[in-house]
Structures are given as C-alpha cells and as structure tokens.
Design a protein around this ligand. Structure first.
Ligand code: PLP
Length: 461
C-alpha cells in the first residue's frame, strides 16, 4: 500500500523521482541537508561522457571543477574503464599483507619513477585523508624510532586543508570544517601562509614568500625540537579558496626543514598529476619532500585510492627485530586494491603516451586569456591562476576588496546560475574557480568562461 501511494505521488521527471528517493535515505558530504528543499537541487547523474555529466532527464552539465578536482581524462574514460573491467574479471582484491600482485608492483614502480628524485617507497591507502594520516603517523613514528620521542607536533599553514579525518583535520586551518571538532584535535603550530593575495602594496609573490619563510624560521627556532614535520599544499591551497604562492616558498621551506631537521610533508592530493603545469607541483621548486601524499587524480578520478611516497631513510628507520615493535603497523583493508591500481596504471599510461602536459599548457593559456577581461569587473577581485587552476573572488567592492556579507550567499547564486546553463561550477563560498578536466576543449573553455561571466553578473547584480 505504502509503495502504491509512493508511486502515485512520484513526480514525472526521472530527476525528481530519484532526488526524492535520495533525500529519504542518503546523507551527503559537505552539505546542509536542510537546504535540499526548494532552494538547492539534488541532481541525479546517470552517466558521464568526457567533460560532461548527463542527468536522469538527459540534461548535460560541463564538469568545470572535475568533480572535486579528481577527474583528469573525462568521465567514463574508455581506457580507464577497460582497465578496471579487465582487472575486475581477474582479481578484485587480496589482502596486502603477506600477499602482493602485479598491478601494485607496477604502480609503485611507476609512481617512484615519475616522482621527484629520492622517493623510494610507496604506501597505498584508500583516500586522501588516509594518506595524510599515514604521513603524519609515519613522521611521528620515525622520530620515535630514532630516539627523538620529544617530537610530537606538526607545523601547518594558515588556511590549510588536508582532509576531514581527525588527524588530517587537526593540521587543517579552516574554521568552517574544524572549529566544532577542536576539542578532539591535535594542536599544530600554525605558520602564516605565503598566499600572495596577502601581499603588501607593490610586494611580489616572491617577496611574500621570503617574508613568510622568515616567519617560519622564527617558528622553527622555537619549536623545531618538538616538531615532527611541516605539512604544506604545494603551490595552491585549494579548499582554502584557491590561494596560490610562489615556488620559491617551497624551495626555502625545504632548506629550512633540512636546517632544522624536520620532515617536509607535501600534500599534492589536489595539485598532483599535471594540475599545476608539471607532473607534481614540487618539481617547480626542484624539491623532494620526505613524504608525498597523492590521491584524487591518481586513478583519473575513477576510484578511491591514495599513496604516500617516502624515502629510504624513513623506511629504514622502521626495520628491526620483530620484538622491538618499530614496524609501521597501520593498515587499511583495501590497501593496494588491484582494481584501483589498474585504474591508476591506465591513468599513468595516458600521461606517458599522450602529450598531456603540453596540451594542458595550451588550455591554461586559453583560460588565462579568457578570464583576463574579468579584471575590470566591479565585483571581481584577486584573479589568479596556476596551470589549470584559475580562481577569483566575488566582492562587494573591487577597489577595497570588501567581501559580501556571507549571509548573502552570492557564491550559491552563482552556482545555481551555472546549473541552469548546464555548467557545474561549484564555488568555495564566494571564491569561484575553474579546475576543468584535461579533456576539455578550447571551445568548451570559452563556453565555461562565458557562462561564468554571466553568472557573476547574475550573482552580483
Ligand atoms: C581533497 C583533499 C584532501 C582529502 O582527500 P579525501 O580523498 O577527500 O579524503 C587532502 N588534502 C588536499 C590538499 C585535498 O585537496
């Protein structure tokens, strides 16, 4: 009976029917579920095709943010899909302690081959936050194993984001996600961010970096003895509003970490795999971190997987007699999952065989050219770009950079405008950004920026 009533009251559109069912049972991430009333649509996607997502009613959306920055070569990429299918028919999973398989061996070999020199071991996990947890624990445990047990703290940057599990959230600095959990969290030492939007008048990005390195030096002077590692998002703090810094900061940071003997953890979960113009962002500063965290684009955005790459020096500190109990016993059931490895191998094969980085440079140039005129918009400030990440802020007044009162939800208006026009452009508060998949065409970039420009006027008018 209940089922009949439900089916009678079911709306005609497939979208509406699926959205209604979804909202009865699912609890979505990063969402005030209460807003999914008339204000905020829930959009059921039925399939994906290149840079496009297609909903249950057949409407198309250009995925201008790569589904949270994870998709590189398009949705349902045939090559990645085939690799997944082939692996799934052979071996879905085997525990990764005492057992191994060729996909994990090849993936570790390949990642270490392309990573900055000096990284020699790969540890696999399931998602980005787990990779950050692993890097934090490994760093702490390293110092423990070498007899420096007083090292129990981490240094992270203002405005950082490293994920939502308790350890990763601890070293994040976004009150929106962190504040309520503060009583549960580790207390990192927070260093000022080298974000060049914070510059003094006439100060260059390089000069901001130098000033912030001096701040960090003072912090290390006081705290290095109790510090395990500095954790940083190289070149772009993505969740913190696409804030960018000069590669010089990373070069100086590596030197400071060496000088004060603390680890450097590079969280390239968002910026790795070609997003900033080089395969890894650290390359632009010629530095090798002690821990490199990777996820998001690792499988081309097809499956959850992450990896932490580290050095032999770290690895060797965990070797010893079984009884000494200094092994890294951290485990996840699905570590090294063969299907995820196959998706990652297919992704890396595309990088090897196609001129991805060259093509991204052309796309980035087109994007830069198309967003440049927005400089003159009275409600846009802080236009910035690193590779295929471009961002700007909606502001009440461009000259004074006065933000809108958050309660006005200008960014939300912009998002809704985009959806109406078939564009997935989901801002971070009032920061709008473009992180398109690498398979986007220049025509699609033009459409994306045109729609965003209209959306800015709609949201600020
Ligand atoms: C997304 C992200 C994470 C967390 O990854 P999840 O897979 O969402 O847990 C960590 N660090 C950075 C820089 C990220 O962008």
């Amino acid at each position: 009976m209940a089922a009949i009533i439900a089916s009678m009251s079911e709306p005609k559109s497939c979208n509406a029917a699926l959205a209604a069912r979804d909202l009865r049972v699912n609890w979505h991430p990063c969402t005030q579920m209460r807003e999914h009333d008339a204000r905020l649509p829930m959009i059921p996607i039925r399939h994906g095709e290149g840079a496009w997502l297609i909903d249950a009613d057949g409407r198309r959306y250009l995925d201008c943010i790569s589904s949270w920055w994870s998709n590189l070569f398009g949705h349902a990429n045939p090559r990645i899909a085939a690799a997944i299918a082939e692996q799934a028919a052979k071996l879905n999973h085997v525990m990764f302690a005492g057992f191994t398989h060729e996909p994990a061996i090849r993936l570790a070999e390949e990642l270490l081959r392309i990573a900055p020199p000096g990284l020699a071991r790969a540890f696999f996990a399931g998602d980005g936050a787990s990779a950050v947890e692993i890097a934090l624990k490994m760093s702490f445990h390293y110092w423990h194993n070498v007899g420096r047990c007083e090292r129990t703290r981490f240094i992270s940057l203002m405005n950082a984001y490293h994920g939502e599990t308790l350890g990763a959230l601890s070293v994040s600095d976004l009150p929106l996600y962190r504040a309520v959990y503060a009583p549960l969290l580790l207390q990192p030492i927070i260093a000022p961010s080298p974000d060049w939007l914070d510059c003094e008048p006439n100060e260059s990005a390089e000069e901001v970096a130098i000033r912030r390195l001096q701040d960090l030096r003072e912090i290390l002077e006081r705290h290095a003895h109790e510090t395990c590692a500095v954790i940083v998002e190289p070149l772009v703090q993505c969740s913190g509003g696409m804030r960018m810094h000069s590669p010089g900061y990373l070069t100086g940071l590596r030197k400071l970490c060496d000088e004060y003997e603390v680890h450097l953890i590079a969280d390239e979960i968002a910026v790795g795999f070609g997003r900033t113009g080089t395969m890894f962002a650290c390359e632009q500063a010629n530095v090798t971190p002690d821990f490199l965290c990777l996820s998001k684009g690792l499988t081309g955005g097809a499956l959850a997987m992450s990896a932490v790459l580290t050095t032999d020096r770290v690895y060797e500190a965990f070797l010893g007699d079984y009884a000494a109990n200094n092994a890294f016993l951290h485990s996840h059931t699905f570590s090294g999952n063969p299907i995820a490895c196959a998706a990652a191998l297919a992704t890396l094969a595309i990088f090897r065989e196609e001129p991805v980085l060259e093509n991204n440079r052309l796309l980035a140039a087109r994007l830069a050219e198309r967003i440049a005129p927005l400089c003159d918009h009275p409600h846009v400030s802080g236009i910035r770009q690193t590779g295929l990440i471009a961002a700007m802020d909606l502001v009440a007044d461009r000259k004074t950079r006065t933000p809108y009162p958050p309660a006005q939800r200008r960014g939300l208006r912009f998002y809704l405008h985009g959806l109406q026009k078939g564009m997935l452009l989901r801002p971070l508060g009032d920061t709008i950004y473009f992180i398109p998949p690498y398979c986007i065409t220049t025509d699609e970039i033009d459409r994306m920026v045109d729609t965003a420009t209209e959306g800015i006027s709609a949201a600020t008018g």
